[in-house]
Write a protein that binds this ligand. Structure first.
Ligand SMILES: *Cc1c(COP(=O)(O)O)cnc(C)c1O
Length: 360
């Protein structure tokens, strides 16, 4: 068996230890005589798995009791609609900070459900930075302020926690959740698809302060109603059981490695290896504003774009895959989530260095 070094932006590489555990549990989870996939979601075994995963989310991230932890479906893209359907009704309006492709998509979707106000945008400067706090023009009538904490496509990350006063801050953390500690109490709601840093696709984690319940629009589908899902422990409908189980294994693994502080150190070190190299390269460069560079998705370009194909080909020959940038961004992107080892990032850096030497 040969495993590649997988720089995919998501679904993305998972810790090998987690995959081995899943493999050994495959036919018979802890003497139950069943695979987790085959269990009734209401049976005692899966009830335990769900409760365990939920308590790991609370422990690892530090989620206070007055926040609900929900496991939903439809990914972060469905949350773009589910969020306004549930929260916008409080005032009929919401503020959006637009820092890239994902937050722009969120903003556009939300406008179907109420009045959307763009509080800040970096679109005119090509989505290369996170709008600084003093450029945020918040409206007093917003039910919430939405941001994306890590723009997966542009490689732009917000390394600070915005202050939105009494208006709840909502963050799409799909691609940087669990990569560093956060202060959950500074947010009204956080959502994230699992397939970047927490497990397989199919489950979306939603953490929401319970006092925000009670404003769902009448059209809100029951399966997508936060309050109802909280009351039913994410079991109003059959939850994505297997994805929840894997998320539990991933969180257990993070905890064993020292939790989010350890992840932060590990991720900072990896990102630095690439950015340090990019800043001194004569062939490769990164365009993102220094303070806003993502530690999860390192985007870069070749000064001579005619070399793109041979760069990718050479990488694949060395077992490094999925380095092509998003189709809307071009260039390259190395996604280096929690599960990407430092040694693999160094391998990429060494390959880039070698490629540079033979092409300049
Ligand atoms: C991947 C991603 C999404 C989309 O997730 P889906 O699971 O496809 O809905 C949304 N926002 C961000 C920041 C992402 O990284």
């Amino acid at each position: 068996m040969t495993r590649v070094i997988n720089f995919s932006s998501g679904p993305a590489t998972l810790p090998e230890e987690v995959l081995r555990q899943a493999a050994s549990d495959m036919l018979d989870w802890r003497g139950s005589g069943m695979s987790v996939m085959e269990m009734s979601h209401r049976g005692p075994e899966f009830t335990e798995i769900l409760a365990h995963t939920q308590s790991l989310v609370r422990d690892v991230l530090g989620v206070p009791d007055h926040y609900a932890v929900l496991f939903m479906q439809g990914g972060a893209i469905a949350q773009n609609a589910i969020l306004p359907m549930n929260l916008m009704g409080a005032t009929g309006a919401a503020d959006y900070v637009v820092s890239g492709v994902w937050s722009e998509k969120s903003m556009k979707e939300a406008s179907k459900y109420g009045q959307v106000h763009v509080a800040a945008s970096s679109r005119d400067s090509g989505f290369l930075s996170m709008p600084i706090q003093s450029e945020w023009h918040l409206s007093s009538s917003a039910a919430y302020v939405h941001m994306c904490s890590n723009e997966t496509i542009g490689g732009v990350e917000c390394h600070w926690t915005p202050d939105t006063g009494h208006i709840p801050l909502v963050a799409d953390m799909s691609s940087n959740i669990m990569s560093a500690p956060i202060d959950v109490q500074r947010y009204g709601l956080v959502y994230a698809g699992a397939q970047k840093n927490m497990g397989p696709s199919g489950v979306t984690l939603v953490i929401v302060r319970r006092d925000l319940f009670g404003h769902a629009l009448p059209i809100t589908p029951s399966a997508f109603n936060y309050q109802l899902q909280d009351e039913q422990t994410s079991m109003y409908n059959t939850p994505p059981t297997y994805a929840i189980y894997i998320m539990g294994l991933v969180l257990q693994h993070i905890q064993k490695l020292g939790g989010l502080e350890a992840m932060q150190t590990h991720n900072q070190r990896k990102a630095q290896v690439l950015y340090d190299y990019l800043d001194h390269s004569r062939l490769f460069f990164n365009r993102v504003h220094r303070d806003d560079r993502s530690r999860m998705n390192v985007t870069f370009f070749l000064k001579d774009e005619s070399l793109n194909a041979s760069f990718l080909q050479g990488a694949e020959a060395q077992g490094m895959v999925q380095l092509r940038g998003h189709r809307s961004a071009g260039g390259m992107r190395a996604s280096i989530y929690n599960a990407m080892p430092l040694a693999s990032v160094e391998r990429l850096r060494d390959y880039m260095h070698q490629f540079e030497k033979s092409h300049t």
